[in-house]
Design a protein around this ligand. Sequence first.
Ligand SMILES: O=C([C@H](O)CO)[C@H](O)[C@H](O)COP(=O)(O)O
Length: 215
Amino acid sequence: MKMQLALDDISLADALVLGQKVRDYVDIFEIGSPLIIEAGMDAVREFKQKFPDKEILADTKIVDAGEYEADLAFNAGADYCTVIGITDDLTIKECLKAAVQNEKHVFVDTINIQAIDTRIPELEELGVDHFSVHVGVDQQSVGKTPLETLSEVRKVSKNAVISVAGGINLSTVHEYLSLGADILIVGGGINHAQDPVAAAKELAAKVHHSKIEAS
Ligand SMILES: O=C([C@H](O)CO)[C@H](O)[C@H](O)COP(=O)(O)O
């Protein structure tokens, strides 16, 4: 299992400093949506340049102009971008087209998909093979977690790469280790920890010792 660090409510300068300190523990650096809004694709470019041995995910959360926006992320050096699963199939297909052209990948974010059992097969029919099971920060504030959706997606997905995100931290990580995700995403659980480097180290030890390997 891989660990992805989501860099969300942090400045680009601070993110680069944190990235340097935790680089040994992190497999994928995620340039989070708030950081993209603040710093744009320069954040992706800077991370790719400073950490060429790491995978970079741009959490673009695309909802329209799929090919154009996905290209922005790939051209900046992202290995992955994200598109919202409840958006139009045309947009999903345009993102997939950009991914194929750039030899990169698109994660479809499951945020707010109501019917997992029908939407996941529909998306796989379009060619989707990467899902990010995600409960956003606003839904987390009313007690939601991605646990149930992760089990559902694992059950209905044919063979996709699956990541999981939404309030995962040192106290809750054990609940996710055996549920079949390939990538565990942590944002606040590291960034907001009292000691972010120690939290990253401890989380990585658990995640990397989990039996499930990312493809
Ligand atoms: O995608 C995210 C969210 O929508 C804010 O952009 C976060 O990166 C994701 O939820 C992981 O962060 P935590 O929930 O703080 O672990």
